[in-house]
Write a protein that binds this ligand. Sequence first.
Ligand SMILES: [Cu+2]
Length: 134
Amino acid sequence: MTRRKSIIIAVALLIAAVALLAAAFGDKAQKSSGQERAQAARPVERDGAQTATVEVTDKGFEPSSLKLKVSAPAKVTFVRKTDETCAKEVVIKEYNINRKLPLNEPVTVEFTPRKGEFTFACGMDMIKGTLIVE
Ligand SMILES: [Cu+2]
């Protein structure tokens, strides 16, 4: 085998190894972010506020829990996507928030989270979600 050929083979093996590693790590990264989403969604920082969107679907609030940072202004936008729900308003008792949710109309509530766990719910307190503030 010539030296040139063995270099080509070595490079090909290296590329294959890198591709395998990338596939393995990419898969792992995707899995852990999926798990995170199932636990609690994290807000996105925008204009000095932590922002997040919660949809009302036939499954309830999605995501059903949000992790917020304490004392940083929060803007949470609720969008009701279905008529097949009793969650036509959202209530966050501890923050004196009670807003109607017209179909497909984003409604943003603003508040400054205090440490603890708080419930957001429909007007009858049947469909619920959780704000985890830490
Ligand atoms: Cu309800």
